[in-house]
Design a protein around this ligand. Sequence first.
Ligand code: PRP
Ligand code: HPA
Length: 177
Amino acid sequence: SESKLQLVHRHIRAFPDFPKKGILFRDICPILKDPAALTAVIDLFEEHVKKNHKRVDLIAGLDARGFLFGPLLAQRMGVGFVLIRKKGKLPGATVSVAYDLEYGKAEAEIQADAVSPGQKVLLIDDLLATGGTLYAACELMRQQQAEVLGCMVVIELKELNGIDRVKPHSVFSLVQY
Ligand code: PRP
Ligand code: HPA
């Protein structure tokens, strides 16, 4: 029968020249539309976490598509979820880090009280491209003295070498292109 990975793979589409000419955009919307595929994603992430991390305190998700998977995984694991947002969206005291994207520039921000020093945090997003976004998230965690256990994404775009940008932190991916 079809494996969980095959099920996930079958629910990712590619759109040429979006949002700019030359970008082949990998679209995860079909995963969200199919409950079995979405469950398979969370199952595979959970299996990886159980195998590799003894203690996890928090899951931190990246704006916006990290928010689609992060809370489901956090709830499954019985831990909290915190939001790393694009700048200007979060109330109260915040800290932020600027970064470059495959197709633009952005600034990642977190509430100052979201993570505590020494907490063990897993970062989650839908996709690793250049690694700028996850690098910024790791930098935010470092500034807040939280420990990054690793990063998790549904998709890794290998030719952009995002893995190198995020080093020494690890990036676990379900599907690679
Ligand atoms: C995309 C994607 C990742 C990031 C990956 O988000 O969802 O978060 O880019 O690129 P990188 O590895 O080169 O940093 P985007 O910034 O387009 O925002 P969105 O999720 O709000 O659409
Ligand atoms: N798909 C979705 N998000 C992205 C991509 C992509 O191919 N590249 C950078 N962010």
